[in-house]
Design a protein around this ligand. Structure first.
Ligand SMILES: NC(=O)c1ccc[n+]([C@@H]2O[C@H](COP(=O)([O-])OP(=O)(O)OC[C@H]3O[C@@H](n4cnc5c(N)ncnc54)[C@H](OP(=O)(O)O)[C@@H]3O)[C@@H](O)[C@H]2O)c1
Length: 303
């Protein structure tokens, strides 16, 4: 179906998801602008987007029909010191607050915002299946997501469609969680983490991009959506599947106490989990390219 060409502002457009999403949006005929702290470092592409280092630099005459808000400092891989927690919060909550204030007075008005969040919203959960109506958790990651989402409430009484994407673990060959894992698994040192019973709600990058495009183009989509494949797996199954796809054994278990010692509270990202189901995408008959983890990992690991 032909789509109207939109002028779309993307924050975090330089990141893993943004760099996959922008070519797809351009391919659909949309005009892209990127809000980035480092316009000079933007990779040179054929259709170079308009780059802005602050919202104030966007001229009133520059059209913005839609906003896709993906900015946020990396949450994994380092300890959450008090300072780091502040960076994680400011880069999401403060940035979104500024964006929302800018949108509230923008003329002509922006018609839709798709704004980031994560399945960490639900906190550490047991085996129950988690649809979008489940309440938020109480740990740092959950409060971060909840407060990030709540910034959008200021748009409630304006005629702006608000979509929140609670994204799962994005699987891509170009970055994200698989980047450190694949080389380790290739040497045969792949390991399940802790008990291996924690749930991993994953999504292939192609489906992440496809889902954002679906939510952008479907005028009746609004509110929170889980962006995860329909079949989450336990960490043991994830580890065994990755090892099998790479033709290596998975012999080890990485002890939880060592992770906790190294990462402190941030170890929860690896040791905890939630069994998230994309109820609302499925209700809207969204067709996933990758429902099966082995097929997703095989696609990513193939040369
Ligand atoms: N990838 C995943 O598995 C996953 C899972 C769940 C949720 N998410 C969320 O989805 C969003 C996009 O994910 P992603 O993987 O594409 O992220 P990413 O690769 O880490 O990129 C995020 C972008 O945020 C901007 N950024 C980084 N630090 C910042 C700071 N201190 N202040 C302001 N902006 C900063 C950067 O843009 P500039 O350098 O251009 O300013 C960066 O390109 C993130 O908010 C992430 O938390 C991702």
């Amino acid at each position: 179906m032909a789509q109207d060409s939109l002028s779309i502002l993307v924050t975090g457009g330089t990141g893993l998801i943004g760099q996959a999403l922008i070519p797809a949006l351009e391919g659909s005929g949309h005009r892209i602008s990127v809000l980035t702290r480092h316009p000079d470092r933007y990779p040179s592409t054929r259709n170079h987007p308009d780059l802005f280092s602050s919202l104030e630099n966007i001229p009133d005459s520059h059209p913005v029909d839609a906003v896709i808000n993906l900015a946020g400092a990396p949450i994994a891989g380092m300890r959450w010191s008090k300072q780091r927690k502040q960076v994680l919060r400011d880069s999401r909550i403060q940035l979104t607050r500024n964006l929302v204030r800018w949108m509230a007075v923008r003329q002509p008005p922006v018609s839709v915002i798709i704004s980031g969040s994560a399945v960490g919203y639900y906190g550490n959960r047991d085996d129950c299946m988690i649809g979008e109506s489940e309440p938020p958790g109480e740990d740092f990651g959950a409060r971060l997501c909840r407060d990030w989402e709540n910034e959008l409430l200021a748009l409630e009484n304006l005629d702006i469609r608000v979509v929140i994407i609670r994204t799962g673990l994005v699987l891509s060959r170009f970055g994200g969680m698989l980047t450190p894992m694949i080389p380790i698994y290739k040497t045969g040192l792949g390991a399940r983490i802790g008990s291996g019973k924690q749930w991993m709600s994953w999504i292939h990058i192609d489906d992440q991009v496809k889902a954002i495009c679906h939510l952008l183009h479907n005028p009746s989509s609004s509110g929170a959506y889980n962006l995860t494949a329909p079949v989450p797996v336990h960490n043991t199954q994830f580890s065994d599947t990755l090892a099998r796809v790479l033709n290596r054994p998975r012999l080890f278990a990485f002890p939880a106490p060592i992770l906790k010692l190294a990462l402190g509270e941030a170890a929860g990202l690896l040791l905890d989990g939630q069994r998230v189901i994309p109820d609302r995408l499925q209700e809207e008959e969204f067709q996933f390219c990758f429902r099966n983890l082995e097929e997703a990992l095989t696609h990513i690991a193939s040369p």
